[in-house]
Design a protein around this ligand. Sequence first.
Ligand code: TPP
Length: 251
Amino acid sequence: MGFDPSSVFLTFDIGCSSNMGDFLNGYALHGLHGRAIPTAIGMKLANHKMPVIAVMGDGGCYGEGGNHLLHACRGNHDITVLVFDNGVYGLTTGQVAPTAKKGFKSKSTPAGVIETPINPLSLTISQGATFVAQGFAGNQSQLAELIGKGIAHKGFSLINILQPCVSFNPTRSFDYYKEKTYLLPESYNAGDFRKALDEVEESVLQEKFPLGVIYETEKPVFTDGLIQLADKTLVDKSPITHLESILQDFK
Ligand SMILES: Cc1ncc(C[n+]2csc(CCOP(=O)(O)OP(=O)(O)O)c2C)c(N)n1
């Protein structure tokens, strides 16, 4: 997208997903499990002209950090969240994550998952997200395009990325995703809220995964509502000249 690495901010959760922080150049913060979204929102408030991207696993985003996700959606915070959805807690070796299918047997659910899985698409669309897409690690050109669109979108964007965890989730193999994913047709209208929810519901019934932009709309973003930020960003407004005295409080 032509960004200088020093003009973008990335925040990484904890997990295999977030070890991506070791492979990218750019300003980044590798924070706490489930907390990449509040960190991203904080960065956006400090400098709302800067693209901010949060990278998370499905455990961190839909489990431990699920509450943050809801409020990021309803606030239409202008950040992009990339979720590496493999259906398990990969880094901690395969406990079940919220997108796993009912009945899935894992180390933490030896008799099978009892709960209904979270559907990240309908969840975020219904809570006010203004850009919701799904990609597949096996379709890299489409995925790159979706990530670009998500970053370019003004408002809260979520890209759920289906990907195998070859070590700890054999049920979600490449072949499984190849069979179960489908591209949304050209005629699909991503601007229709009700149709987007219907499409997702139908895909769940069929046990299929749509790929593409599922829903997209325009609404004012959170910082548009802050008159304090109307003229310039917070970092431009108040250079921190008294950092030492702030830090003293923590000593
Ligand atoms: C507050 C907190 N709880 C639990 C952990 C332990 N922990 C580290 S990674 C992880 C799971 C990561 O799973 P996911 O977010 O799905 O990412 P993945 O590794 O699959 O990419 C957990 C539970 C932690 N580091 N911090």
